[in-house]
Design a protein around this ligand. Structure first.
Ligand code: PMP
Length: 286
C-alpha cells in the first residue's frame, strides 16, 4: 500500500505529493515544521506541538490556512490512514509558491504537508551506555538574527554543527550560544544533574523550547526532583553528576562524555535512568 501524505487538504499517494520549485520553503527555507511521535496509535502531546507550530507561524508572519482544530484532525487522520501505531509525524507549513524575490506579498497558498512515517531513534544500546558529545565550533543562531525558538525550515545552523559531530564520530553535538553559554544540541535539548538538582538552559538562552524538555521537567517535578532553568556553561557540564538529552526522537538519553572528558561516573546516572523510565511509562505504559 502506498503511503498517503496530507497535502493542501487532501490525502494523496506519496509519489504524487509535490510542491512547486517556486515554493519559498524550498527557495529560502521560509516555513516551519514539527516532529511528533505516535505511541500506540495516539499522537503524543499533539496540542503542545500544534501550539508551538502556530507560535512559529506567528513569529515569521505566516498565516496557516487551517484552524488549530482542523490541523489536529488532519494530523490524526493522516496517522490513521497510514495505519501508523508507533511512528513519527512530520508536519510542515511552507510559505507557498511565489516569485524569485523575498517579498512574502508575492507568495500565495502556504502548503500544509503531513507525513506519517516510522521512527529512527538512536541505537537501543546507547540508552544503556550513554552517548559521547563534542562541542561544535558553530554557535547557535543569535536570537536577534533568527530566534532558535522558531522551529523554522532553515536548519543549516544545526546541520553545520551536526557535521562537526559526525566528523568527530559522535551522533550529536553541543552548541553554545552567542555568549559562549550552553544552548542545546543540534536536535535535542540538554540537562545536567548536580547535587540532586536538574538544570537546563532557559528558553531565551537561544534554544528551541522542546516539548520533550517540558514534559521531562514536569515528570521530574512530580517525582520531587527540583528543576531550575539557568545559565549553564561547559564548566557546569564537566562538573555535573549526570547529563542527558531530550527530544521527540531521542526521548531521554544519557551523555557520558563531552569533548573526551568523562561526565560523572561515565555511566548513565540514577536520575537520568529514573526519568527515562518515567518517560517510557508515560508514553508506552511500561
Ligand atoms: N532542539 C532542536 C534544535 C530541535 O530541532 C529539537 C527537535 N528535534 C529539540 C531541541 C527537541 O525538541 P522536542 O522535544 O520538541 O522534539
Amino acid at each position: 500500500m502506498s503511503r498517503l501524505v496530507y497535502l493542501a487538504g487532501a490525502l494523496v499517494p506519496a509519489e504524487q505529493a509535490m510542491v512547486s520549485v517556486f515554493d519559498h520553503g524550498l527557495l529560502y527555507g521560509d516555513g516551519i515544521f514539527e516532529g511528533i511521535r505516535v505511541y500506540s496509535g495516539k499522537v503524543f502531546l499533539l496540542t503542545e506541538h500544534v501550539d508551538r507550530l502556530y507560535e512559529s507561524a506567528l513569529a515569521i508572519r505566516l498565516q496557516i490556512p487551517l484552524t488549530k482544530a482542523e490541523m489536529t484532525t488532519a494530523v490524526e487522520q493522516t496517522v490513521k490512514a497510514n495505519g501508523i501505531v508507533d511512528g513519527y509525524v512530520r508536519l510542515v507549513v511552507t510559505r507557498g509558491a511565489g516569485s524569485l524575490g523575498l517579498d512574502i506579498r508575492r507568495t500565495a497558498n502556504p502548503r500544509v504537508i503531513i507525513i506519517a512515517d516510522t521512527i529512527t531513534m538512536y541505537p537501543e544500546e546507547m540508552y544503556r551506555t550513554g552517548m559521547r558529545l563534542i562541542t561544535a565550533s558553530t554557535i547557535r543562531n543569535h536570537p536577534g538574527a533568527l530566534s532558535p525558538r522558531i522551529k523554522s525550515l532553515n536548519y543549516l545552523n544545526n546541520i553545520m554543527a551536526k557535521i562537526e559531530g559526525t566528523d568527530a564520530g559522535t551522533v550529536e553535538a553541543l552548541m553554545l550560544n552567542h555568549n559562549g553559554e550552553v544552548a542545546e544540541c543540534t536536535g535535542d535539548n540538554i540537562f545536567i544533574v548536580r547535587q540532586g538538582v536538574l538544570k537546563t538552559p532557559q528558553p531565551d538562552a537561544g534554544i528551541l523550547e522542546g516539548i520533550t524538555r517540558n514534559a521531562v521537567m514536569k515528570l521530574a517535578r512530580e517525582a520531587g526532583i527540583p528543576v531550575v532553568e539557568c545559565v549553564l556553561t561547559r564548566h557546569d557540564i564537566f562538573i555535573a553528576d549526570e547529563c542527558f538529552l531530550t527530544g521527540t526522537a531521542a526521548e531521554v538519553i544519557a551523555v557520558t562524555s563531552l569533548d573526551g572528558r568523562q561526565i560523572g561516573t561515565g555511566q548513565p546516572g540514577p536520575i537520568t535512568s529514573h526519568l527515562l523510565e518515567l518517560f517510557r511509562r508515560l508514553t508506552r505504559g511500561e
